[in-house]
Write a protein that binds this ligand. Structure first.
Ligand code: G6P
Length: 612
């Protein structure tokens, strides 16, 4: 969740660290800091609570010479987001500086032991035991690399660090344990960068290599050496990675989230390109050409947050198109039960970042049980794509706002294609059915464009709804997950309490909450379930709730029982979850803006959750 970056080369390190931190800020943004090493002198450390802009102000007022440095943007786990708890952290001698991503699970024992040996601590963090441990091994006679290696062996939990010592001021030593975010090294011709995520590096180089769990790296400007955690030398190759995974700024939009919502027609086209022929109404998923579905008797789809909601929608599609029993599970629950998974189970994981700790652990568990695995990820060569047997790139383009929008709808589009593909591989769909589904899909970018065409109504809606403290979102069938996603979006970015429920469940509890202070957002597209939704809307109306109904154009009765209506173009019912997502994203966005919230970087959240 935190972002870490290191640089060693021939340029002022502070500028490169700062620009890297800005690109990593979506990972954590409650405090930040950097350590700069200049020849053999003591490192200079700058830290600040708050956003990277606060650190930038400090840097502009400081003299920070030096061509090696490490930086950190924090998402607090142990200790509040204060300057003292911000990274880098140091040992007693103040010669070692480290930045850290992850959780040291045994930090209490390590800290007590180190305090007994005379080390003094200045923060509440679990991180601070790491530089002291390195210092202790140095005192015991080991060199820096060996001290870092022994420290890695002593830590429990998923952790990644960068460390520098005053006596080796041009060398950064790093290790990675488990799935605590990635570590990628970029070789930029007499300059070397290392970071938790590719976007921090790609402005300088796209010649990169990744550190895997259990590996240690030592880098200087011109070379990189790699070791296993047991100290054996290993060789790794640098490879050229595509540059299309780089963000290109907010453009004319006030927030990244608004830009990303508006990009959805073109992002969906990207997801479809090379996979669907709209001329022949056929589908071809080259990434699954070797996948044999014959022995699969069950599908389990896993994910977290918005990706879990995508999984819930996909269950309907896979069961309907491929006629194969399909379950969904939250990755963090799946990994801690003893799930019935074997080589006849297909695990489909959805993880736009490729880094979510719980999803990666669930995938590892499934791999150990012999399951076949397909993963959906928005980026190439991530931790999740390296675990899965088959990877499907979401191709939504970089998503910077913490709340997912285009990665959600593009994941849905890709899952829809996967469901068709499973139907094809298992001979459960006729040619006519496949053609109909693809024909409906071809209309999607245009329909989404129509929804985005007139955003003004959301401003008005936000003005009349933003003062409420609670919302209930209701949907049925394939749109029940969309009600949950709508509620999640609202709570994430506007801090309004919201619940998403299957409308049939309303009478079993939530209805007791309904009164004139509880707006109800009803997702009620024209379908076999419409009448049932209409009854639920009536029941809410009768109890005084302000009603916002999201319905299909041509519905000329809903306005009698709703305070506000959003009309969406007609589509196939199967694809309605994708269309219905758009107004809910826009509603949350405009309510959050009206309430003065930090839309792109909501409090306490992070884009990739690399700790469990
Ligand atoms: C975080 C993000 C969400 C995302 C979830 C799962 O909570 O803020 O937007 O849906 O993680 O992320 P993943 O990368 O696994 O899809």
């Amino acid at each position: 969740m935190c972002g870490i970056i290191g640089y060693t080369g021939n340029k002022p390190a502070k500028d490169i660290i700062l620009s890297g931190l800005s690109r990593l800020e979506y990972r954590g943004y409650d405090s930040s800091g950097m350590a700069i090493y200049n020849n053999g002198s003591y490192p200079k450390i700058l830290k600040s609570a708050g956003k990277i802009s606060e650190l930038a102000d400090l840097i502009s007022e400081s003299n920070l010479e030096g061509t090696t440095g490490i930086g950190h943007t924090r998402w607090a786990t142990h200790g509040p987001p204060t300057k003292d708890n911000a990274h880098p952290h140091q040992d007693c001698s103040e010669e070692i500086s480290i930045v850290h991503n992850g959780i040291v699970e045994n930090f209490k024992e390590l800290k007590t032991d180190l305090e007994n040996k005379g080390h003094t601590f200045e923060s509440d963090t679990d991180t601070e035991c790491i530089p002291h441990l390195i210092e202790q091994y140095l005192k015991d006679g080991d060199d820096f690399l060996e001290s870092v290696r022994k420290t890695a062996k002593a830590l429990q939990g998923a952790n990644a660090i960068l460390a520098v010592h005053k006596n080796n001021p041009d060398t950064i030593v790093a290790f990675r344990l488990g799935y605590a975010g990635g570590l990628v090294i970029g070789n930029a011709n007499e300059e070397m960068l290392i970071a938790s995520d590719l976007p921090a590096i790609t402005p300088y180089t796209n010649n990169v290599t990744y550190i895997e769990p259990g590996e240690i790296a030592a880098i200087n400007a011109t070379s990189a050496s790699f070791y296993s955690i047991d100290g054996k030398s290993i060789s790794k190759k640098f490879v050229i990675t595509p540059r299309n995974q780089i963000d290109s700024g907010k453009g004319r939009y006030r927030h990244y989230m608004l830009k990303e919502i508006n990009q959805q027609p073109e992002s969906i086209m990207q997801t479809l390109s090379g996979r669907v022929s709209f001329n022949n109404l056929t589908i071809d998923l080259p990434e699954l050409s070797d996948f044999n579905a014959d022995k699969i008797n069950r599908v389990v789809i896993i994910g977290m947050g918005t990706s879990l909601h995508a999984a819930m929608v996909a269950r309907y599609w896979i069961e309907s198109f491929a006629k194969i029993p399909t379950e969904i599970d939250n990755s963090s629950e799946f990994r801690y039960r003893d799930p019935l998974v074997d080589d006849k189970t297909l695990i489909v994981s959805i993880c736009q970042s490729g880094e979510t700790a719980d999803t990666l652990a669930a995938m590892e568990l499934a791999r150990n049980k012999g399951a076949q695995q397909i993963t959906l990820c928005n980026y190439e060569n991530t931790q999740s794509t390296r675990i899965a047997d088959y990877s499907m790139q979401i191709k939504a383009g970089p998503e910077i706002a913490v709340a997912a929008s285009k990665t959600f709808t593009c994941s849905l589009v890709l899952l829809y294609l996967l469901a068709i593909e499973l139907g094809v591989k298992l001979n459960r769909l006729t040619t006519k059915e496949i053609q109909n589904k693809i024909s409906e899909l071809s209309k999607l970018p245009d329909l989404i464009g129509q929804i985005l065409y007139d955003p003004n109504q959301y401003d008005e809606l936000a003005k009349s709804l933003s003062h409420y403290h609670n919302f209930l979102f209701l949907g049925r069938g394939i749109n029940h997950p969309i009600a949950m996603e709508g509620a999640l979006k609202l709570k994430e970015i506007s801090y309004i309490h919201a619940e998403g429920y299957p409308a049939g469940e309303m009478k079993h509890g939530p209805i007791s909450l309904i009164d004139e202070n509880m707006p109800v957002v009803a997702i009620a597209p024209s379908s076999d379930l419409y009448e049932k939704m209409e009854s639920n809307i009536n029941e809410c109306k009768a109890r005084g709730a302000p009603i916002l109904s999201v319905v299909t154009e041509g519905n000329d009765t809903i306005s009698n029982i709703s305070d506000h209506c959003i009309y969406l173009p007609e589509s196939s019912h199967e694809l309605s979850p994708i269309l219905n997502s758009l107004p809910l994203q826009l509603l949350s966005y405009h309510i959050a803006v009206t309430r003065g919230c930090d839309v792109d970087q909501p409090r306490n959240l992070a884009k990739s959750v690399t700790v469990e």
